[in-house]
Design a binder for this molecule. Structure first.
Ligand SMILES: NC(=O)c1ccc[n+]([C@@H]2O[C@H](COP(=O)([O-])OP(=O)(O)OC[C@H]3O[C@@H](n4cnc5c(N)ncnc54)[C@H](O)[C@@H]3O)[C@@H](O)[C@H]2O)c1
Ligand SMILES: N[C@H](CO)Cc1c[nH]c[nH+]1
Ligand SMILES: [Zn+2]
Length: 431
């Protein structure tokens, strides 16, 4: 990991750059695969499954027999863990339910909003580097609470042509309706356009690698809504002289192991902590089975020493990390100053792993600086808000003249007239 001591502000942008792929190469692949899926349907998806996932499929849909087989293969302990996580995620997301309140903005003018579930949603579950069955719970649990009628899931199969059993088990726990074997760009295309077997959905959710993230952004231009850009994982850890280097190193490695393009950042006010964290990273890394992946991610990760907490906060807010762990003595005060982050973990005993799996918050979060503008997945992501209004004759009298005037000012006479005919009708009735 590169150590950067007391960088000048002019150096921050360079320092905070993510290890992203060449945009043109990415776009070229993404557009080609999407076009093929749009025209070729299932056959194109299967051809790309062969090319990218090295698997020959005869059909994309997961069968009931495969679901039952998965149920037998997953240990009772893991099933219990899935149920515990499902319960906590459910509790937290159910607490986000929207209450409809009617507001009488003027006498006779009443407005309200209603949250209506998106009827058919598509969930993408990553499976290239690791089978992220926890993501099934993160995406399907709020979809179910929101009341989405049809929950479709796509995930890349293994080389044996099967979906990882824990993904299928989690899907059953969370109430997913239909599951398809498709990964990467071809999965996003299948859900965006629909194929012979995969239904076209109204909104696609879920994280993925840079191909998946770029494909979601591409289809969102014309074809389907998406939750947000959620790509390679990242974490910034904010630490001071009192922080535990063992915990800090563990937290950095927990995200570095996600993928070679993950990025982890330590921001500290204590120069002496850097060496201790470096030693710990080396020690813990040696014991990791996914050592090679984490090593590559660490190559473009940084340990940054800053002058004080003010600078630390400014730097992390500029970075807008997907996850921010604050392990400083004054973490509650620091938390107040967070403006840009996907999800924040407070104190020494709150590792990001807690939120990744089981505390209840959602782990599907904006990356690559998009935390400046997007929220992570939450209950509202599965809703549309439809507004309603009702005007009485009293309301028409109250706001009618203003509407007439404004419509005339915009030279929209038909708009003005829709109000005028009502005002006249009220006058006539009163006579
Ligand atoms: N932001 C979040 O909320 C969040 C949450 C969980 C995971 N993640 C991230 O999701 C990512 C998962 O990535 P992954 O690769 O393990 O799984 P993935 O399922 O996202 O990607 C695997 C698919 O990528 C496609 N692919 C691979 N190489 C390709 C190529 N050269 N050209 C075209 N397509 C190609 C294949 O079709 C394959 O099925 C990780 O980066 C992880 O950090 C992010
Ligand atoms: N940290 C990931 C989001 O960036 C989510 C995850 C799933 N499994 C483990 N971690
Ligand atoms: Zn993680």
């Amino acid at each position: 990991m590169n150590v950067i001591r007391y960088p000048q502000k002019e150096e921050w942008d360079e320092l905070l750059k993510r290890p992203v792929m060449n945009v043109d190469t990415l776009r070229e692949t993404v557009c080609r695969v999407l076009d093929d899926v749009k025209t070729g349907g299932d056959r194109a998806v299967m051809a790309y499954e062969k090319q990218f996932d090295h698997v020959e499929l005869e059909c994309l849909a997961v069968t009931e027999e495969e679901m039952d087989e998965a149920e037998r293969l997953v240990s009772p302990e893991l099933k219990d863990a899935l149920r515990l996580a499902h319960e906590n995620i459910g509790k937290f997301h159910a607490s986000q339910r929207f209450e409809t309140t009617k507001v009488e903005v003027r006498p006779g003018v009443t407005c309200w909003q209603k949250a209506v579930p998106i009827e058919r949603v598509g969930l993408y579950i990553p499976g290239g580097t690791a089978p992220l069955f926890s993501t099934v719970l993160m995406l399907a649990t709020p979809a179910k609470i929101a009341g989405c009628r049809e929950i479709v899931l796509c995930t890349p199969p293994g080389r044996d042509g099967k979906v990882h059993p824990a993904i299928l088990c989690a899907a059953r726990v969370a109430g997913v309706n239909r599951i398809f074997k498709a990964g990467g760009v071809q999965a996003i295309g299948a859900m965006a356009y629909g194929t012979e077997s995969v239904p076209k959905v109204y909104k696609i959710f879920g994280p993925g690698n840079q191909y998946v993230m770029a494909a979601k952004q591409q289809v969102s231009l014309h074809d389907v809504a998406i939750d947000m850009p959620a790509g390679p994982s990242e974490v910034a850890v904010l630490a001071d002289a009192g922080s535990n280097p063992v915990f800090v190193a563990a937290d950095l490695l927990s995200q570095a192991e996600h993928g070679v393009d993950s990025q982890v950042l330590l921001v500290t006010t204590d120069e002496a902590l850097v060496g201790k964290v470096q030693d710990e990273v080396e020690r813990q890394l040696a014991a990791l089975p996914r050592k090679e992946i984490a090593e590559q991610a660490l190559a473009h990760s940084k340990l940054v020493v800053v002058r004080d907490m003010d600078e630390a906060m400014e730097l992390t807010n500029r970075y807008a990390p997907e996850h921010l762990i604050i392990e400083t003595a004054d973490y509650l005060q620091a938390a107040e100053r967070v403006v840009n982050a996907g999800s924040v973990f407070l104190g020494s005993y709150t590792p990001e792993s807690a939120g990744d799996y089981a505390s209840g918050t959602n782990h599907t979060l904006p990356t690559n600086g998009y935390a400046t503008a997007y929220s992570g997945v939450n209950l509202d992501s599965y809703h549309r808000k439809i507004t309603f209004q009702e005007l009485t004759p009293q309301g028409i009298r109250d706001i009618g003249p203003a509407v007439e005037l404004m419509a005339a000012g915009e030279h929209l006479d038909a708009h003005r007239n829709a109000m005028t005919v009502r005002l006249e009708s009220i006058k006539t009735e009163m006579k």
